[in-house]
Ligand binder design. Sequence first.
Ligand SMILES: Nc1nc2c(c(=O)[nH]1)N[C@H]1C(S)=C(S)[C@@H](COP(=O)(O)O)O[C@H]1N2
Ligand SMILES: [Mo]
Length: 411
Amino acid sequence: MSDLLGRLRRGYGKKLRALHTWNGWIVVILALTGLVLVGGFWRGFLGEGRVWIKGLHIVVGIASILPVIYYLLLASKHWKQLKEKPWQRFNVLVVLFLLLGWFVSGVLLWQFRMVGPQVSNLALAVHDVLTWIGLPYIIYHSLTRVKWLKEPNRRTIKSEGSAITTSQNTPQLVYTRRAFIRGTIGVGLALTIGPSFVKWLGSSIGNIGGSETIDKLIENDRNQLLPAPQPLAASSPPLGGGSQGQFRVYTVTPIPKFTNNNWSFKLDGLVDQSFTWNWEQFVQLQRTVQVSDFHCVTGWSVYKNTWEGIKLKDLLQLAGVKSTAKTVKFYSGDGVYTDTLTLEQADMDDVMVAVMHDGKPIPNDLGGPVRLIVPKMFAYKSVKWLNRIELIEGEHTGYWEQRGYSNDAWV
Ligand SMILES: Nc1nc2c(c(=O)[nH]1)N[C@H]1C(S)=C(S)[C@@H](COP(=O)(O)O)O[C@H]1N2
Ligand SMILES: [Mo]
């Protein structure tokens, strides 16, 4: 009888430890993939890989609930075991809270289409804040455990009894190897995510403190285009009362900057008359003002943007679309990014070739001097640094659509 109990106990200790190891690996994978996804630093050269990393992050994230459920089945016994160790009880609660919080907010983000932008914005904020407090906590936890592992009697999860005898001749080896593995993971983590982590941490703190605002991006604007466009009355003060929320600066290339000398705007392809405007000519074109929300598929939105620019349909009318044309193709001045709309979509009243945001020129970080705005679609359609519109006969698959995003981008 007591033998059986002992075996169960041993089994339990092993299970808990295996669980802990699995959980540790899952957190490492999620942390690495998550930080790479969120770190603007990596966006530029990941390209296509980003979609795969996102897939991996989601799959592993969903799987991460399994060890939690498994733990909860064993929890009452572990909890009793920790009776005299309030700090370790606290640790268990913190870790459970983090894992469940990440899981729930992660599932909502994954299902952003179903839950809508309001919920997914909240979920993204929660996911971020949990990472912001959770990752340092977990890194600290694993670093201190490396020391603990060298002192087996301080371990919480003991395999009571025979484990000590069996491991007696090799404990040094076992623990050193573990410490080594953990150390390696630690160094690997630091090297891979270090740069994006620091950057992201900075911007997260900025976002929470509200200091990394559009004003700051405007201040850092590296475009030099003269004359500055004069805002219409509806733009200044902005009709929408000023945008709410913050843009995350996205790019798949180094961020371009423009001057009067290297900037022009082309409208060509299957049109009756093609155009090439320089900046002085471009700011003469008739602009209008609209207020609209801006939604990124990754879960964030900026509400009530007052955009001023030229309606796409006005531009198309000016050039005269040939009857053979089927698709409107947009080119970014970054030389890489493209996207498309069908002629029917391009005819929507609120699709705009935008020049100003909230009454000010769009800074180059946010796609200025000219970016596309398609309010009814997710923002990957809103090509930054727009400098060419071509009417084409066939179809074209845009940058993110080539990498797995749906060509149907309706919000
Ligand atoms: N040229 C270019 N345009 C782009 C992108 C990009 O990486 N390059 N990202 C798209 C995506 S996914 C989003 S959410 C918005 C982000 O705009 P922002 O960087 O001004 O916040 O730009 C869209 N247009
Ligand atoms: Mo996006």
